[in-house]
Structure formats: structure tokens, C-alpha cells
Design a protein. Structure first.
Length: 505
């Protein structure tokens, strides 16, 4: 069957044919509240890229360069070592272009990044944190050689800097065409952003000071100790001055070849060190005083830009790269002290008006009237599901119910195949039929609540009974009798799977 043709509306305001067309053209924002008196610090907000970081540009640039020179074949698997944002950008590009993707990442990087990558369809291979960036890089090379996969080599590939010279730098030049830019500040990760923007600015805005930033406890660039490289530009060892630091995406445990070339070409005027606490503090201030939600490396870059601005003449304009969004840092120290539950001040607000409060007894539950008996068709429907020997584990659930989600997490962790019957799903859109089936289930189980779990036709109970059975070991024994061997889930207390607000107090 031929695919129907729909007329393209690309070119209409706001309409694109591909997610890739949304990469770049990110806004520049004046940090009006946080700029020092008499100076202006601007923010290049790369979170406005579709996957939320500057690395979307790099991902597209690397893949399209490889397509042009033929080093990437149609359908070939792409593999790359990354702290996360490059991988997320590659996952978007590869999803759109049809390339399988494997990402190699040290286990120390945030969990959010792994989940985003997997959600976009990528495979994530973790390497031990102790083996640092060189370990994940070596593993990616090893896998690429073993399987014949394409390795973009972001740390050595000149296309990394080229895409920023062609896009990011041109946007900056346009934004500041009528008001000269006195300084450009960027953290150093692969070095592509800094090198590419610096190359274009040196040619077209030679008065702009180019400043790179690195962690103060890992001063690789300012150490004066340079890296040895293999013939392909990859590092041969970890740098002796590297120490673990908070700025994910900044300096790995080696000086990337892209960065080294930028220094050799005289593109970088100054390197500024930034401390981890300083980065955290400025990230939070950007959120709370400018409304800019960004990550740790963004705060670090702004910290350097702010220090620099204080030393520059009045009227100076400084641009800081803000490479990503804060949502990728929720399991890092950036969110330390951010509570899930209400704090004392919030509780005081809650109790300042009379109703809907946690400190008052719940309204008494009305005594139910005698339920209408279930009808035979609904009973037969439930019975047929429960006694199906091909699917001995059955959960009657609701799509929106968090108890149901938590029960599913447990069964998924155990590797147990089960049938989930959503009583608010498509089969039950008719309200009368849904109600009849709910009545039949409540009559059969003696409980009106959801979920309700059956194993081999025997009622286990709801979420709490399922969790208790797991915690006591009886669930594993019941499954084993059916030949359903559950794997070691390493979940000692199933109640830990509940959302925080639902866990027993």
C-alpha cells in the first residue's frame, strides 16, 4: 500500500518537518538581576534545543559529517562515550535518522541521563567510576572495533568545533551585531563549543576575550602539563592533575584533542578555575533570581563570567554559555536539601486556612449502602481472566493508580510475566460495563480497592498484600511452584517502591 501524501506545511510559522530542524537558534538573555553594577552578563540558553542542551548541535554535526564522508553507513549502529548530554543529543538524531545507538557512560553520571537515553531507544553500557572518562572511552573504542560500529569520536573530531563555528558563533555575532561583545565564557568539556565559537569570533570580532573554565580541583589546562595522544587523537592515559569534580560534562580525566588544538592555535585567551560549591550556589541563584533553570556546569560558567565581569570596565558585555537544563541533576548535590514533603514554613501556610489539611482527622468515610449484586456476564468475564492457565499472574489495575504502578515495578523487577487488566482502559470505556466488572471483582475479592492480584486463580490481595508476600518470601515460593522462577530483584522492602508520599509513616 502506498503511503498517502500529505502536503507539506513546512515554512509556515512554527511548523517543521523534523525535530532536527529545531536545533540551534537558541535565545540570548540578559541576566538583569545578577549582572554586576554597570556591566551586562548575557546567557546563551542552550536548553532551548529540543533535547535540552548544547550537545544537540554537536550530535547533529557529527552524524551529518559522517554521512557526507561515507564513514557512517545506512542502518549502522552508532556508539559513543559520553557523560550524558552528547548521548541524549545523539539518541534524538539517531532516532530520527534510523541508526541504532549504544552509549557508554561511567556509572558516576546522573541516573536521569541513563533513563532519558533508554527512553529515546538507546542502549546504555556503564563502566566503573574508578576507570573515569578514559575507561568509558576505551570501552567505546573496544565495542566499535569488536562489532564494526561507527564511533563519532567527539573528543577528537574536528566536526565538533566546526558545527559551533558554523551555527553557535554566527548566532552570537548576529545577537551582538549592534553592541560589541567584550568577552565570551564557556566551560570546557570536549572543547568543541569553546574552540568553534572562538575560531569564528577571533576572525569576526577580534576584540572579544575568549575565556575557558575548568574545575578548580582538576586544573588540567592551567597545569602546564599536556596530554600524550595516540595517532587517532585519543588520549593514551589519564591526566595526572585530574580529580573527580561536580561539573558533569566538563573536563574528563584527559585534555580532549579538540581542546588542545584550540590552545595550540592561540584561540583561548584565559582559563578560569571554578569551585564546585561556587557552581552550585550560582546555579541556584540563576533559578531563584533570574528564573533560569539550569545545571551545575551552567552555574559554574556563570560564576566565572560574574568574576570576570567585576574586573572589566563599566559598560562591558559578557556572554556565558548555559549549556543545559536543571532536570538532569535531580539526583546530584544540586538538589540537596530540596524536600519532597512540606517543610515547617509550608505546613504553616497549610494550617493557616481551615480545610484540606494533614494535621486534621480525615472526614469520616460514609457507610456504604448495600451494593448492587454483580451480574452473571461480568462474573464470567472476571472468572475467565483469573483461571487462564496461559497467564497465571493477573493484576486488575487502573492506568492512573500509583499503587498499581508500584505493584507493576515489583513484578517487573522480579522478571515475572503477568497480565495487567486496566479497568479504566479501552475495553472498559463503556461506563456501565466498567462498573459491572468492578462490582464483580469487588464481590469476588471482598475488597473494592485496586489493584487486585491473582496467582494461578488464587487471590493474593492488593498492593500491600503483594508487598508483604514479597517481603516474607512467600511470593517467590508461590511463583516457584508454578515454574515461574523470580530473579533476585535486590528489593528488600517492596514498600520502598511506593512514591514517597504513599510510603508508611
Amino acid at each position: 500500500m502506498n503511503k498517502p501524501h500529505f502536503p507539506s506545511i513546512a515554512g509556515s510559522a512554527g511548523v517543521r518537518n523534523s525535530i532536527l530542524e529545531l536545533i540551534g537558534n537558541t535565545p540570548t538573555l540578559l541576566a538583569e538581576h545578577l549582572s554586576p553594577p554597570g556591566r551586562e552578563i548575557y546567557l546563551k540558553l542552550e536548553a532551548f534545543n529540543p533535547m535540552g542542551s548544547v550537545k544537540d548541535r554537536l550530535a547533529l554535526g557529527l552524524i551529518e559529517a559522517a554521512e557526507r564522508d561515507g564513514s557512517l553507513r545506512p542502518g549502522q549502529t552508532v556508539i559513543e562515550a559520553t557523560s550524558g548530554n552528547t548521548g541524549i543529543g545523539l539518541a534524538m538524531v539517531c532516532a530520527r535518522k534510523g541508526y541504532p545507538l549504544v552509549i557508554v557512560m561511567a556509572e558516576s553520571f546522573s541516573v536521569e541521563r541513563r533513563k532519558i537515553l533508554r527512553y529515546l531507544g538507546a542502549k546504555v553500557v556503564l563502566t566503573p567510576a574508578a576507570q573515569k572518562g578514559t575507561g568509558m572511552l576505551a570501552k567505546a573504542r573496544e565495542l566499535a572495533e569488536t562489532h564494526g560500529w561507527f564511533l563519532p569520536r567527539q573528543f577528537e573530531n574536528e566536526a565538533n568545533a566546526e558545527v559551533h563555528a558554523r551555527t553557535t558563533a554566527q548566532e552570537i555575532l548576529t545577537d551582538f551585531a549592534g553592541a560589541p561583545l567584550d568577552a565570551f565564557v564557556s566551560g570546557v568539556g570536549t572543547g568543541g563549543t569553546l574552540a568553534g565559537v572562538a575560531r569564528a569570533l577571533k576572525a569576526q570580532s577580534p576584540g572579544t576575550l575568549i575565556v575557558g573554565c575548568e574545575p578548580d580541583n582538576a586544573p588540567l589546562l592551567s597545569s602546564g602539563v599536556w596530554q600524550d595522544y595516540a595517532a587517532d587523537g585519543s588520549p593514551t592515559s589519564s591526566h595526572p592533575r585530574f580529580r573527580p569534580h561536580l561539573m558533569q560534562g566538563w573536563m574528563p580525566d584527559f585534555i580532549p584533542h579538540v581542546t588542545a588544538r584550540a590552545f595550540e592555535d592561540g584561540l583561548i585567551d584565559r582559563v578560569m578555575p571554578v569551585g564546585g560549591q561556587e557552581a552550585l550556589d550560582w546555579s541556584r541563584r540563576l533559578a531563584r533570581e533570574e528564573g533560569v533553570f539550569c545545571g551545575i556546569s551552567s552555574g559554574a560558567t556563570f560564576a566565572a563570567a560574574h568574576r570576570l565581569a567585576e574586573t572589566m570596565p563599566e559598560g562591558s558585555r559578557i556572554l556565558a554559555m548555559i549549556p543545559d537544563t536543571g532536570e538532569r541533576y535531580m539526583t546530584t548535590p544540586l538538589f540537596a536539601g530540596i524536600e519532597e514533603a512540606m517543610n515547617a514554613e509550608e505546613l504553616a501556610i497549610s494550617t493557616s486556612s481551615p480545610n484540606f489539611r494533614f494535621d486534621l482527622p480525615a472526614s469520616p468515610t460514609p457507610v456504604p449502602t448495600k451494593a448492587e449484586p454483580a451480574d452473571g456476564e461480568a462474573r464470567a468475564h472476571i472468572d475467565a481472566i483469573v483461571v487462564d492457565s496461559m497467564q497465571p499472574v493477573v493484576m486488575f489495575a487502573l492506568q492512573w493508580c500509583e499503587f498499581c504502578w508500584s505493584a507493576c515495578k515489583l513484578l517487573d523487577a522480579l522478571g515475572v510475566p503477568y497480565r495487567k487488566v486496566d479497568l479504566d482502559g479501552g475495553e472498559y470505556t463503556d461506563a456501565d460495563w466498567a462498573g459491572r466488572v468492578r462490582r464483580a471483582l469487588a464481590e469476588r475479592t471482598g475488597a473494592p480497592t485496586i489493584p487486585q492480584v491473582y496467582i494461578a486463580g488464587t487471590h493474593v490481595g492488593g498492593a500491600t498484600e503483594l508487598f508483604d508476600a514479597h517481603n516474607s518470601g512467600t511470593l517467590a515460593r508461590r511463583l516457584a511452584k508454578l515454574g515461574l522462577e523470580s530473579r533476585d530483584s535486590r528489593i528488600e522492602d517492596a514498600y520502598s517502591l511506593l512514591p514517597q508520599w504513599m510510603q508508611p509513616r
